[in-house]
Design a binder for this molecule. Structure first.
Ligand code: ACO
Ligand code: ZN
Length: 303
């Protein structure tokens, strides 16, 4: 279904072989020339080394026995883990991760200058035998370390074999959780890809719906149609910058815009149909396969 979105392949890499999957690539990526000639590129899902042949790949499998990404495991809940990886400490891994991501991104992204970034890698644990788990790569996002802007996420990817199961949403929520721990509001770096925009729109909508429901449940007022909550308060609760909150509320069709006598635009929240808001929340809860539990994050902001 992503065929029409793909650019023309100027190189011959059409698939990457990762774990037991052959994954069709969408765009090109600047792997070194000698690797760009193959139709299938073999990638180790643990260290992300790329290889020319299945033979070399199998030999590598025997040697590469970490079965997890580098860096610190800062979150674990059931099978799900998130690893924090400093671009300065694991240069090759992070470069390889960016090269891999570029296969699914049209825009120019960074590949080699990874040092100013931190990478948050999402894995799913498989207990092959007792005491020797394998942490399978699901997706990641990167974040600039020193950041004077509001950006809390630079680039995000869910591997195509895991897409549309809520992992992107989980990673986005994770990025906002980090912002909240830093006492900041955040937003993803622009421009967004078309899939990035679709996913963020959905995220902002679902998050705003959840906040409204929580506020309604805590509220003492009998009339719930005019909620007493400001954009700033929703920003504080979600970590989302007010413009993204507005976006989410607009999707929910609960935002009323008024221009005051002074010419300034003011917003009010007016809910016509709570049923609609509730079903948006319920639908999302039913379908997402992993939920973020903030209490399971063991992390302090890097200074
Ligand atoms: N078509 C339509 N809607 C979509 C699609 C799609 N292909 N993908 C996501 N959405 C929307 C839907 O509303 C979806 O909910 P639904 O499945 O109930 O309809 C919602 O987003 C949530 O989707 P998730 O399952 O949480 O997202 P996923 O794990 O698939 O990851 C991501 C989304 C990361 C954008 C993925 O599509 C991807 O890796 N794409 C390639 C790389 C990319 O474009 N990254 C974003 C670049 S912009 C930036 O990095 C700042
Ligand atoms: Zn390896």
């Amino acid at each position: 279904k992503n065929m029409d979105r793909r650019g023309k392949h100027t190189t011959s890499i059409q698939y990457i072989y990762l774990r037991d999957f052959e994954i069709k690539t969408w765009y090109t990526t600047p792997y070194p020339e000698e690797y760009n000639r193959n139709k299938i590129l073999y990638v180790c899902e643990y260290c992300l080394k790329y290889m020319n042949s299945r033979y070399i790949y199998h030999r590598h499998e025997l040697k590469c026995t970490h079965f997890r990404p580098p860096g610190n495991e800062i979150y674990r809940d059931g099978k799900i883990s998130v690893w924090e990886i400093d671009g300065r400490e694991n240069v090759i891994y992070c470069q390889n991760l960016c090269l891999l991501a570029k296969l699914f991104l049209n825009s120019k992204t960074l590949y080699y200058d990874v040092e100013p970034f931190i990478f948050y890698v999402l894995t799913e644990r498989e207990e092959v035998s007792v005491g020797s788990p394998k942490f399978h790569l699901v997706g990641y996002f990167s974040k600039e370390k020193l950041n004077s802007t509001d950006y809390n996420l630079s680039c995000i990817l869910t591997l195509p074999i895991y897409q549309r199961r809520g992992y992107g949403h989980f990673l986005m929520e994770f990025s906002y959780l980090l912002s909240r721990r830093e006492f900041k509001w955040g937003t993803p770096e622009k421009p967004l890809s078309d899939l990035g925009l679709l996913s963020y729109r959905n995220y902002w909508k679902v998050k705003c719906a959840q906040v409204l429901i929580n506020v309604k449940e805590l509220s003492q007022v009998p009339d719930f149609s005019n909620l007493r909550i400001s954009l700033q308060e929703i920003s504080n609760l979600t970590g989302m910058i007010p413009t993204d909150v507005i976006f989410g509320l607009e999707q929910l069709k609960v935002l009323v815009r008024r221009t005051g006598n002074d010419g300034k635009v003011r917003y009010a929240i007016k809910v016509e149909s709570w049923q609609r808001i509730e079903s948006i929340c319920q639908n999302w809860n039913m379908k997402s396969s992993c939920k973020l539990d903030p209490l399971k994050l063991i992390w302090k902001p890097m200074i």
